[in-house]
Design a protein around this ligand. Structure first.
Ligand code: ZN
Length: 174
């Protein structure tokens, strides 16, 4: 089963999502939601999905970037964008910190703004402190495209969309 992905204009995409206590993360309801988010992301397909995108204002996102997706992008793009596969994982209650001031600008899209893209500056290297789906603390260090995915998904948990950060003259139909 897959869920419907909320499109821009729905208030839930602009809300601050709620933090989850450890016992709630481990609940059947949240474990079931995570499985549905995983299946919805894969069905789309996308490299990340945040709970507000399926209408739930909760601080949960799922991320996965497969080699099979990377194989489909034009030659040279993956290396230019520093894009390498990322195994499926779940981030809960994440706090993101840039590792330094370095930024890089590439086009990105969003499953909640279907059919559009724009160039967005993002930090090159980030650190994320969060919980995983077992409510265990995790520190993630990421660079390149993975760092971009993390920034994009964590923005969703604070009601921010890429259109708030884009170079608006590059906004385009895909
Ligand atoms: Zn998005």
């Amino acid at each position: 089963m897959v869920l419907k992905i909320v499109q821009v204009g729905k208030p839930v995409l602009r809300e601050e999502a709620r933090l989850l206590p450890n016992e709630e993360i481990l609940s059947d309801a949240i474990q079931g939601l995570i499985a549905l988010m995983r299946d919805t992301m894969r069905d789309a397909p996308g490299v990340g999905l945040a709970a507000p995108q399926i209408g739930m204002p909760l601080q949960i996102a799922v991320i996965e970037d497969l080699q099979s997706y990377i194989d489909k992008v034009p030659a040279g793009q993956a290396s230019e964008r520093d894009r390498t596969p990322v195994d499926f994982h779940v981030i809960v209650n994440p706090v993101l910190t840039p590792e330094d001031d370095s930024t890089v600008e590439f086009a990105e899209g969003c499953l909640s703004l279907a059919g559009f893209s724009a160039k967005v500056p993002r930090f090159t290297c980030v650190r994320v402190e969060c919980l995983n789906e077992h409510a265990e603390p995790v520190t993630i260090r990421a660079r390149g495209w993975y760092a971009r995915i993390l920034q994009h998904e964590i923005d969703h948990l604070h009601g921010t969309l890429y259109i708030d950060r884009m170079d608006s003259r590059t906004f385009a139909k895909t």
